[in-house]
Structure formats: structure tokens, C-alpha cells
Design a protein around this ligand. Structure first.
Ligand SMILES: O=C(O)c1cc(=O)[nH]c(=O)n1[C@@H]1O[C@H](COP(=O)(O)O)[C@@H](O)[C@H]1O
Length: 230
């Protein structure tokens, strides 16, 4: 099975989103990411409607709360038949384990966010006062997630080899911050091309604006899939 290109549906309204999706032929095996922006506006009915179209869903809610609240939230999401869900790894061991417990019996992969790809070393040390080097912090959070039952992490592609080394080959590394050579980097600090991500061992890539803001979203998607799965 080819590894997925997950399309991040970060749209301001559902009409724009549905219009974007209408470019894709019905038989496209689409894997989409629903993030906070769309979920806050359209909630579960939107998730269900995309699932009913046969799309695979990465529900990117980046949960971060006390373990009890996260577990109860995950128990609810476990009924939604989504393929991936995110929590923040920095929520700690108990919170990660509680999320996994909440998802018990479902097919939802639990992914922990390590360090956001929009944060560089200076934000980490100067703003968040985290003394570790960024790479050490990421591998530490990845190991914490692994040890507490997560199925994988969200990280930069550049960090995948280190993460696989401290966890396991089967531990999923899902990587945003993907930019084909011709695309604008924008607010992302840690970027890689689809080819680089593949060579570094990513299990799936998350791509938003290079596809959703393109004149021809379907072609952009196909080109990225081609480079990724070569
Ligand atoms: O959890 C994520 O998906 C995520 C984590 C992270 O560290 N960086 C990151 O960019 N993302 C998401 O990945 C997507 C990237 O979108 P583009 O930068 O438009 O390709 C957005 O939906 C982000 O919310």
C-alpha cells in the first residue's frame, strides 16, 4: 500500500472546502486532515459527511488537558471512525496514556505532536524557556509518547530518523511542513520536500497550502503524490 499524502483542509468555510474537494475524481483515495479551524465551525457533522464520502480522516484537534478530560473526549471520538487523532506530547505521560485508553476498541491511531514545525530553536529557548536543544526535546517527547501507548508522532520530516532510532520502525512519523521546491515556505520553519520526507522515512506527509491554495489543486496533489511515492 502506498503511503498517504494527507491533505490539510484549512478553509474558512465549508462551501470553499466542498468546492475544493469537487476537483477530485470520486475514486480518489483521499486522506484529509480536519483541523481546529474547520472543526470549530462545523463540528462532528462535517467529519461524518467526509467520512461518508469514503475519505480517511485525520482529526487534528491537538488535545491538551488533564488526563480525565482527554480520556473522556477520546471515548467520544472513538465512536467516529476516524483514522488519526492528535494530542500534544507535552501534555505528559498520564495524558497520553489516558488518550490511548479512551480510544480503546477503535481503529483510531493516536499521534502525539512533538514540537510544532512553526517553532524554531529560538522560540523554544527564548519564549518557552525549554533548555534542551530542539532535536533532544523532540526525541524526548517522541519516546514519552511511544512509552505511553501512542501509535506515532507528528514531527518535522528532518526528525524522523532520530525518532525511529529511539522508538521503533513501526512507530508512525506523520510529517507536515512539506513544501515542493516551487512552493512558498510561509510560516513553516522546518520544511522538507516530498522526496526528502520519503528518503528520511516519513510514514505520511501532511500538505495544506501547496495543494489547497493552488490554481489546480488536483494537479498539485497528483504531482506531490508522484514525488512522494516514486
Ligand atoms: O498537527 C499538525 O498537523 C501540524 C503540526 C505541526 O507541527 N505543524 C503543522 O504545520 N501542522 C499542520 O499541518 C498543516 C500544514 O499546512 P501547510 O503549511 O499549509 O502545508 C496545517 O494544518 C498545520 O496545522
Amino acid at each position: 500500500m502506498s503511503k498517504p499524502v494527507i491533505v490539510a483542509l484549512d478553509f474558512a468555510d465549508d462551501f470553499e472546502c466542498i468546492e475544493f474537494l469537487s476537483q477530485f475524481p470520486k475514486d480518489t483515495d483521499l486522506f484529509v486532515k480536519i483541523g481546529l479551524e474547520m472543526f470549530c465551525q462545523f463540528g462532528y457533522p462535517f467529519v461524518r459527511s467526509l467520512r461518508n464520502r469514503g475519505y480517511k480522516i485525520f482529526l487534528d484537534l491537538k488535545l491538551h488537558d488533564i488526563p480525565n478530560t482527554v480520556r473522556r473526549t477520546c471515548e467520544m471520538i472513538a465512536k467516529w471512525d476516524v483514522q488519526m487523532l492528535t494530542v500534544h506530547g507535552s501534555g505528559g505521560s498520564e495524558m497520553i496514556a489516558a488518550a490511548k485508553k479512551g480510544l480503546e476498541g477503535s481503529n483510531t491511531n493516536l499521534l502525539a505532536v512533538t514540537q510544532l514545525t512553526s517553532l524554531g530553536q529560538s522560540e523554544l529557548s527564548e519564549e518557552l524557556m525549554i533548555p534542551q536543544k530542539s532535536q533532544d526535546y523532540v526525541t524526548h517527547l517522541a519516546k514519552l509518547a511511544f512509552d505511553n501507548g501512542a501509535d506515532g508522532v507528528i514531527s518535522s520530516a528532518l526528525e524522523v530518523p532520530m525518532i525511529k532510532e529511539v522508538t521503533d520502525e513501526s512507530f508512525l512519523c506523520v510529517t507536515p511542513g512539506i513544501r515542493p521546491k516551487t512552493a512558498q515556505v510561509g510560516d513553516q520553519k522546518c520544511v522538507a520536500t516530498p522526496k526528502e520526507a520519503r528518503e528520511l522515512g516519513s510514514d505520511a506527509i501532511v500538505v495544506g497550502r501547496p495543494i489547497t491554495q493552488s490554481e489546480d489543486g488536483f494537479s498539485a496533489y497528483k504531482n506531490i503524490c508522484q514525488e512522494w511515492n516514486k
